[in-house]
Every structure is written in structure tokens, then in C-alpha cells.
Design a protein around this ligand. Structure first.
Ligand SMILES: [Zn+2]
Ligand SMILES: [Zn+2]
Length: 322
């Protein structure tokens, strides 16, 4: 069974609109799909599938990404594949409300940074971009300011904007508060979400300690079938999942075609955390191996899960939190 439970659209830092992502997913014969933009569900309605989000949080000074899936949609997916699953109650809205508050804080951060830029002779009218982000549910960050600077001629490129003004801990950068992992897990748990630790290899030994610590309180999955993993890496994380009694989730972490605007090294996406420390920024996982900007062949989305794991994943997505 083919799963695509980790991919991004233009609602965060992907290059494809949600409808285009859904088209690619359909063309890839994916059985179970969830759009997981950073900190927003704005594209989920259009994209279809399981309502989901990749939540940015912080643990021991590092940025951590947790995938959260609405169990009610997981129940529907399980039923569609002939599995019986109890219908859980739906308190998902709690999570989206909190993420909306985070986005509001980000919009205010943009205003503060714009004011700081003005003191350096760079005048930007950020209200249109803020209104647009508010309407679309998109998260805003320094890359949006960089784009505006390029558009107005205040910078020659995103890299130029970052190296002269927007760099980490610079005079313009405003640190933003990131959701602590325990708060995010508690919130997701209250919202009845199925939660999985995304791309665990980025957190090395911390991944295991986080999973051990938070599995009982709701972090019940690990992304063992990440699209960039080779068989040995998969096996490693499957072993961790089995040892700790976790579900194995899978997806490509698709961000779009690789000729997309590249992220400045100091801070990647508009919605990825521009955390207080650049070392705490997880690198963006690589493109799915089939992605090639010059190739007319459509990149294949989704990862194949062998039979008993696939059913176990469907049941986990559907089961009420314990
Ligand atoms: Zn991520
Ligand atoms: Zn991601």
C-alpha cells in the first residue's frame, strides 16, 4: 500500500499549489495521503486526504518537526481499505486554533522586522503581504521580507537580503518563540491527533530519548519510511519503532521541483522556524530520489509500506488516543 503522509505545498514552503500536489499524488497511485504544510492546514481542504500539519516545536534548544494527523480522517481512510475502526471524537480544532495564534505572532514579528529594516533605510509596505497571509492561512517569515526586498530593488537576491540585513541574530532578526515539544504533544493529544516524529535521523540520539519520553503522552509514531531513507536507515527506525511500540509512518517530504527558489542557508522556509540558533534548524530533507528538474517524468510521490505495516499504520491513524 502506498502512503504519502508528508509533503508540502505553497501554503508553506512547497512550490506546488495544494491542488497540484493532489494531482501528483493521484498520478503516483497513492492510497493514503495527507498534506503536511508547516504549521498550517490551509491547503488541506483543497488537497483532500487526511487533514494534517507538520508542527514546528522545540526540544532542548533544537527545532523538532512533529507530524500530526486528524484521526477522524484516518478512520475514514481505514474504512476505505476495509479495516474496522472506532470513530473517535474530533477535537482537532484545538490544534488549529493554537497554530493560528502562532501565525498571528509571526505576522507581528514581520511588522517589527519591517520597522527595524526602515531604520536601516529599507522601506517595505508589509501590510499587503500580511493581509494576504491572513486570508490564505499561510505562515510568514524572513524569506517573505527577502522576496519583498528583491521586488522593490532593495536587494539583488534573497541571499543578498539575508547576508546584508536578515541574517540570524542580526539587527533585524526577531527571535520567535517556538512551541515546546511537551506543549505541542499535549496539545496534539488534546486535539486527538495521531502524532509522528518527522525525519528522525535529523535528531540523532535525541530522537530515541524524545520518543521514549513522549510516546506515553501521545507521540505514538516515527517516520521510519521517510522517502530519502535507504533500506538500512529504514530498518534502523523500524527497529526503534518496534522496540518502543510505535507506528511507522511514511512520506517523501516533497517540497516541489528542485529548480524552485533555494532557501538561504541561514534560514530555510518562510514557515520553518527561524530559531534563535541556526544550528537548531533541521536541514531540509532531500527531494524524493525520482525528482529531476530536467526530466519530463513526473516525480513519483508516496512510499510503499509492506502489508502488515500498512494495516498497522492505518489502524494507528484511526484509533482513538489511549
Ligand atoms: Zn520537517
Ligand atoms: Zn516536511
Amino acid at each position: 500500500m502506498r502512503f504519502e503522509l508528508h509533503c508540502h505545498s505553497t501554503c508553506s514552503d512547497g512550490t506546488d499549489a495544494p491542488a497540484r500536489v493532489a494531482e501528483r499524488v493521484a498520478a503516483s497511485a497513492v492510497d493514503v495521503f495527507a498534506l503536511t504544510d508547516h504549521d498550517t492546514c490551509a491547503g488541506c481542504e483543497v488537497a483532500g486526504g487526511i487533514r494534517a500539519v507538520e508542527v514546528t516545536c522545540e526540544y532542548e534548544g533544537r527545532t523538532i518537526h512533529v507530524l500530526a494527523y486528524r484521526r477522524r480522517d484516518g478512520w475514514a481512510a481505514a474504512r476505505a481499505h476495509g479495516l474496522a475502526a472506532p470513530e473517535p471524537t474530533d477535537a482537532w480544532g484545538l490544534l488549529e486554533e493554537r497554530l493560528a495564534a502562532v501565525r498571528t505572532a509571526r505576522r507581528n514579528r514581520i511588522r517589527v522586522m519591517a520597522a527595524r529594516l526602515a531604520t536601516r533605510g529599507v522601506r517595505l509596505d508589509v501590510e499587503p503581504m500580511i493581509a494576504d497571509a491572513e486570508a490564505s492561512g499561510r505562515a510568514l517569515g524572513r524569506p517573505d521580507l527577502a522576496r519583498a526586498m528583491v521586488a522593490t530593488g532593495a536587494a539583488t537576491s534573497r541571499e543578498d537580503a539575508f547576508s546584508r540585513h536578515l541574517y540570524d541574530h542580526g539587527p533585524v532578526d526577531v527571535p520567535q518563540r517556538t512551541l515546546p515539544l511537551d506543549e505541542a504533544v499535549a496539545l496534539g493529544c488534546a486535539a486527538g491527533a495521531a502524532m509522528s516524529l518527522a525525519h528522525p535521523h535529523l535528531y540523532d540520539h535525541r530522537a530515541i530519548s524524545m520518543l521514549q519520553r513522549y510516546r506515553a503522552t501521545g507521540l505514538g509514531g516515527v517516520e521510519a519510511f521517510h522517502g530519502a531513507y535507504d533500506p538500512a536507515q529504514r530498518q534502523r527506525w523500524i527497529g526503534v519503532a518496534d522496540r518502543l511500540g510505535l507506528a511507522c509512518t511514511g512520506g517523501t517530504d516533497w517540497h516541489g521541483v528542485s529548480d524552485a527558489p533555494s532557501s538561504p542557508s541561514s534560514s530555510s522556509s518562510s514557515s520553518s522556524p527561524s530559531s534563535s540558533s541556526s544550528s537548531s534548524q533541521p536541514p531540509q530533507p532531500s527531494q524524493p530520489p525520482t525528482a529531476s528538474p530536467s526530466s519530463p517524468v513526473q516525480p513519483l510521490l508516496g512510499v510503499e509500506l509492506p502489508s502488515p505495516r500498512a494495516e498497522a499504520l492505518l489502524r494507528w491513524l484511526a484509533s482513538p488516543p489511549s
